[in-house]
Structures are given as C-alpha cells and as structure tokens.
Ligand binder design. Structure first.
Ligand code: NCD
Length: 330
C-alpha cells in the first residue's frame, strides 16, 4: 500500500477516512518504538521543516521541532513572528512562499480560522495546520486519538463502546472542535458524547449536527456531576481567555469546572476510564490528580504528541511504511 498522505496537506481533522487514520495510528506506534529505543534515525535526512507560529505554543512547537530532528531532518523555528518581516507588514502568502522555498514542509499556527487554507494557495509544499483560530487543531486530535488507542489496546477495550465527555470551553476551543470532527470515524459512528460547558460556551451547533448525522448520540449539559461517572474518556479543556472581549465575562466562567480528587472518586475506576487534557492547564485540573493512574495527560498524551508528529511529518514527506518497519526490525 502506498502512503496515502504523501505530499498532502493536513488541514482539518475530518479529512481522515478510517484507513488513513489507522495508518497514522500504526505509524505513531512505530515512531514510539524508534523514539524509545533511542537509536539515531535518518528517515527524514535532507528535509527541512519550517515551524511558523503566529500564536504562543509550548507543546505543539516543541514536539514538531523534536519530531523533525529525531528523524534526522532540519528545522527553521519561528516561534515569534515579531522578529520576522511579518512585523513590517508582510502578508501570510508572501511569508509562506518565502519559507516554502527554504524548506520541504510548513507547520503553521495562526489566529485566523482560514489561515492554513490560505497558506496552501501560496505553495505546493505540504502545509500542516498546527492550530488555526478557534476552528481546527488536527494534529492535536490525532495525538489525542493515538493516546486513546493506546489505552484501548492496553485495557482490552473496544473503541466502539467508549463514552466521551468533553468539558470546558467548547465554543472557542479548537482542540475539541477538531476532536469531535474525527471521533465518529475512530469510533465507527457508535459513541455517546456528552458536551459539558457553561451556557455561554456551548459547542457550535453545526459541529453538534455533523456528529449526530454521523450516528453519534450527543447530549449537552452544564452539569459535570451528571456525567463524570458515565465517561470512559474525560477530555478536559481550558477556558480560552484570549478569545474573550470582556475580562469580566472570562472571570465569571473560568472556574466553572475543576477536576479534583473528589471528582475522580465519582469517575469510573482504573482501566475503565482515562482523563485527558490538551494542555496548557490553568487550574481546571488540580495538581493532586496528576498522580492518579487514570490521569494520562503527562504520562501518555504529551509523549504521544511527539510520536504522532513524527508519523505525520514522515507521512507528508513521502516516507513509505516499509522504510519505517525496516528501522524497527534491523
Ligand atoms: C491547545 C491550542 O493551542 O489550541 N494547545 C495545544 O496545542 N496543546 C489548547 C489550548 O491552548 O488550550
């Protein structure tokens, strides 16, 4: 089978059919092995990634750079566009066209929802959406699902039976928007989803509609207590302060949901549920929860960000599966 993502852009989470998603999950596991055996790997030797970030980032930026270098590639890291010609008024297409001539792939984070689509018009090279406005963060979703797949495999669960609860700022959070876009494909259209948010931060109606049309059971509630004992996957998110026009409004909702050891007492036991968070966390998961074996954000989810981005970079840069498995078997 030839690599279905060779030369492709990664723009939205719903661009993945089940077969392509399975190949990303498979490649992610192979990358985990490559990373954990610590042997030098030159699969992407001779390729260069530009990481072009117009918004703050720790994990996405850091893991893209690490992923590229772990595979023997080079990097052009631009974490603060204020030190580039953007500050002189250069527009996105010119910036993209410029870095496309210096590199083979561009990971773009930008405050505008349509930014990665604009970027694809400026170059033939693959664009990876590393977070666009409030709309999409597809590589985060891939790593979230790879983390869940790891849990499913370790605990003999079926992905079809998973009950998901997404909590927090479901209006502005691009991670939850992308997540809901791919979740029907991963669960083969059979999951129940609870969307838990304050009234003012509800999941956009069109995304709810798409998930329901795909066959999911989707319910909205403001009450975390109602669903905490039902969920197999609890996906906690931060209230997205940067998108609030009114500081008072932010203050009113920011402390609405906090996961504490007491919350975890009401959740399903170890092996039957996991707690995820895309990070950064502000104060919506108490630090006392970190040592709970069900809390997977530090131990599994963050490392999987690296393995998944290694898989995505290798895929869009045209590596074939046999080349990766050759590395593992050598
Ligand atoms: C997320 C983002 O930038 O959307 N961060 C990340 O990439 N893990 C989530 C967030 O900022 O809340």
């Amino acid at each position: 089978m030839t690599n279905p993502l060779a030369g492709k852009d990664i723009l939205t989470s719903d661009q993945f059919d089940l077969e392509t998603l399975e190949s990303v999950l498979r490649w992610t596991e192979m990358m985990r092995i490559i990373e954990q055996t610590g042997r030098p790997c030159d699969l992407l030797n001779g390729n260069i990634l530009t990481a072009l970030f117009y918004q703050p980032s720790s994990r996405t930026f850091g893991s893209f750079l690490s992923a590229m270098q772990r595979l023997g590639g080079g990097i052009i890291p631009i974490q603060n566009v204020d030190y580039s010609s953007v500050i002189k008024g250069e527009d996105l297409p010119d910036t993209i066209a410029t870095f496309a001539s210096y590199s083979d792939v561009i990971a773009l984070r930008h405050p505008d929802n349509g930014s990665s689509l604009i970027a694809t018009d400026a170059t033939e090279k693959p664009i990876i959406n590393a977070g666009s406005g409030t709309s999409e963060h597809p590589t985060q979703t891939l790593l979230d699902i790879a983390t869940i797949e790891n849990y499913v495999r370790r605990n003999g669960r079926s992905r079809k039976e998973l009950v998901l609860a997404m909590i927090g700022d479901l209006k502005n959070g691009r991670t939850v928007h992308s997540f809901l876009g791919l979740w029907p494909t991963y669960t083969m259209n059979s999951s129940t989803v609870y969307c838990v948010s304050p009234e003012s931060l509800r999941m956009p109606i069109d995304l709810l509609r798409n998930a329901r049309n795909a066959g999911l059971e989707v319910e909205e509630t403001t009450d975390l207590n109602e669903v905490v004992g039902l969920a197999d996957v609890l996906y906690m998110t931060r209230v997205q302060k940067e998108w609030f026009k009114d500081a008072e409004e932010y203050k009113e909702v920011k402390g609405e949901y906090v996961i504490t050891p007491e919350t975890m007492e009401r959740a399903k036991p170890e092996g039957e549920m996991i707690l995820l968070h895309p990070f950064p966390r502000v104060d919506e998961i108490s630090r006392d929860v970190d040592s709970d074996p069900r809390a997977q954000y530090m131990k599994i989810q963050i490392p999987y960000g690296l393995y998944t981005r290694m898989a995505i970079l290798a895929a869009v840069l045209g590596v074939e599966e046999e080349q990766i498995s050759g590395y593992i078997e050598d």
